[in-house]
Design a protein. Structure first.
Length: 385
């Protein structure tokens, strides 16, 4: 059976070049980079190469990159560290559509006494900047606004949000897990103080990521131990993972412009064909000013998304009903709820996310399947406007 993978916002396949870069450290070169002997310490070179590769992708300096176990850990470092820097500032301001790695961390810190404010988004999923402005004050330690949303693909106004944070003396963090490697980013010109990224979203391995911390910011460590990463993030280096992340970052930078153009064209054509062939379907955040090239959520009115997903799965097409990280919970998407989408509609939402490996043929095949699945389900449960 032909398989089509359209869940790249959940995770991506490892690029062959990435696997090749990791292999030496999964086989013969297994020394500990922190060891005194050369068998181990020579691995530091691979780690520093990867640091440079990640820094180049972000327009950062190498010394501003710290390796972590992924996006969730990086987000935790940013929030948990920021509220400890200055004891006159413990406030946290985030958007209503953050990933649980930020949302739940912020809520946990709120229970521990850090005042939490949540900025609204509009019906397109775009951040309400004047609301953000109202919520930030001189007690705010950190403003954390995601770079692009994992469900809708809506790109957030990072420069403007960073300016709001800085005007009140707060730090600005962005969870850029969905954005890094998809569109060009320059942390310095955007005014970003901290940024989280994850290798497995850009054709790298799972369980490794990084946090960019602007030079001069003294973020207290969350993990203590063996003093790796200048004492900021203890724990034996995941050398294969880090080498893989570095290579994935290098490849993403090489393909950046081509991928964005190709994915955007494919995604737009896909959206048009789905809407034409599946009556009662519409694109979420269609009117948003900026969206990621390859992510779209589509609502099929009156149809349970799980039913469509199951039937697609049986035909070898893999998509998602929103954020994979929250699958299993019966709650509807907090992102769609924040946008004012009603409960029934949000249970009819499917996310399709492309990668640089996605082809037009795969998408056309998916449209055909979707059209027949939607028609079949509507026969059982007719939909009226
Ligand atoms: N932030 C966003 C926006 C994500 O989409 C994800 C994963 O889906 C994460 C954070 C978590 O990253 P990781 O899986 O590397 O912990």
């Amino acid at each position: 059976m032909k398989t089509v993978y359209l869940d790249n916002a959940a995770t991506t396949k490892i690029a062959p070049e990435v696997l090749e870069a990791m292999m030496p450290f999964l086989t013969g070169s297994y020394g500990n980079p922190s060891s005194f002997h050369s068998f181990g310490s020579s691995q530091m070179e691979a780690i520093e190469t990867a640091r440079g590769q990640v820094a180049r992708l972000l327009g950062a300096k190498s010394e501003e990159i710290y390796f972590t176990s992924g996006g969730t850990e990086s987000d935790n470092h940013a929030l948990r560290g920021a509220v400890k820097i200055d004891n006159t500032r413990s406030g946290i301001v985030i958007s209503a559509v953050e990933h649980p790695a930020v949302l739940d961390t912020a809520r946990t810190l709120a229970k521990e006494g850090c005042p939490l404010e949540i900025a609204a988004v509009d019906a397109n999923g775009e951040l309400n900047l004047s609301n953000l402005q109202e919520l930030v004050n001189t007690e705010t330690a950190i403003v954390s606004i995601m770079a692009a949303n994992n469900e809708t693909g809506v790109v957030m106004p990072l420069k403007e949000s960073a300016e709001i944070a800085h005007r009140s003396g707060a730090l600005f963090h962005t969870d850029a897990v969905q954005m890094v490697g998809k569109v060009p980013m320059d942390v310095h010109s955007l005014g970003i103080d901290m940024l989280s990224l994850s290798a497995h979203k850009l054709h790298g391995p799972k369980g490794v990521g990084a946090i960019y911390i602007r030079k001069g910011i003294q973020l207290p460590p969350v993990l203590t131990g063996g003093h790796q990463e200048k004492g900021f993030r203890s724990g034996t280096y995941n050398t294969p993972g880090i080498a893989g992340l570095g290579k994935a970052a290098e490849l993403a930078l090489t393909h950046l412009d081509d991928t964005a153009v190709k994915e955007r064209a494919l995604r737009e054509a896909f959206e048009k064909k789905v809407v034409e062939n599946c009556p009662g379907s519409f694109i979420v955040s269609e009117k948003a000013v900026h969206r990621l090239p390859g992510t779209v959520t589509i609502i099929f009115k009156g149809i349970e998304s799980e039913a469509v997903l199951t039937l697609l799965d049986m035909q070898g097409v893999y998509a998602s009903s929103g954020s994979a990280c929250s699958t299993g919970s019966k709650n509807s998407s907090h992102v769609l709820t924040a946008m004012g989408v009603d409960f029934n509609l949000s249970n009819s939402a499917l996310r399709f996310s492309l990668s640089r490996y996605t082809t037009e043929e795969e998408l056309d095949h998916t449209v055909k399947l979707l059209a027949s699945i939607v028609e079949r389900l509507r026969r059982i449960s007719p939909y009226t406007e």
